[in-house]
Design a protein around this ligand. Structure first.
Ligand SMILES: [Zn+2]
Ligand SMILES: [Zn+2]
Length: 239
């Protein structure tokens, strides 16, 4: 650690990731914000779509075989103050919030990586133009904070996937339109194919909405020879 990093560490004051009030170290949200957290609950084990049925049953889409991931997990439902914290991370350029949110993410991410016998973790990339706009990739920041805590004992390759097509904003599009929008949007970088091929890869994003992004990224990894692709996101949107 450099002297500057040490000095910054001493000045560090933990704050609620959603509303900025001071919190004890290691606590991601203040008690009122934390009370809005909702666990995802029963969901399709392959795509994490919330289901009323017991979790051993897949959703209709996965039963049709339309989902390229072996399994997908998200500990939380997207909403409340967690949504607020994730939006701040993403749109207010607050990579520091990835560190605050780590206790809500890391134990689950590490458990999925262990149980899934994953050999490589790959954050879902942004297109370079969006990356330049935001200054960082939220999915990558979340993975980095998990690795930093030493709980994620799997190599991370944030450069394995490239977003080769800038896609129009997905908001307001149907699932089918999102899928069309994202076709061929991702590619494994040629120099990283060797790291991906033959491996079980865990793909990580901040939020899953319809799953179209995750599916498109997973297809690119499978095309490059990944043995299987597993998915993880902090939160899953649901009805
Ligand atoms: Zn709060
Ligand atoms: Zn499913």
């Amino acid at each position: 650690m450099t002297a500057l990093a040490r000095a910054l560490e001493l000045l560090y004051v933990p704050r609620c990731a959603a509303c900025d009030v001071r919190v004890p170290a290691g606590q991601p949200l203040c008690p009122p914000c934390a009370s809005s957290l909702v666990e995802l609950g029963p969901a399709c084990p392959r795509c994490a779509e919330p289901l009323a049925a017991p979790p051993a049953v897949t959703c209709a889409r996965c039963a049709r075989g339309d989902w390229p991931l072996e399994s997908t997990a998200a500990p939380w439902r997207f909403g409340g103050d967690l949504a607020r914290a994730l939006r701040r991370l993403k749109f207010e350029r607050r990579p520091d919030l990835a560190r605050e949110l780590a206790p809500l993410v890391t134990p689950f991410l590490a458990a999925v990586a262990r149980a899934g016998e994953v050999g490589l973790v790959v954050p879902v990339p942004l297109h370079w133009r969006r990356l330049a706009e935001r200054g960082f990739n939220p999915a990558q920041a979340l993975v980095a904070s998990a690795s930093k805590r030493g709980e994620l004992a799997v190599p991370v390759d944030a450069a394995a996937l490239r977003r080769v097509r800038a896609t129009a904003p997905q908001t307001g599009l149907s699932a089918a339109e999102r899928e069309r929008n994202l076709r061929k949007a991702f590619r494994v970088a040629p120099r990283h194919v060797r790291r991906v091929a033959g491996r079980r890869v865990l793909l990580v994003d901040d939020v899953i909405t319809t799953g179209a992004t995750l599916a498109a990224a997973a297809r690119a990894l499978r095309d490059a020879g990944a043995l299987a692709v597993l998915g993880f996101a902090v939160a899953r949107a649901g009805d």
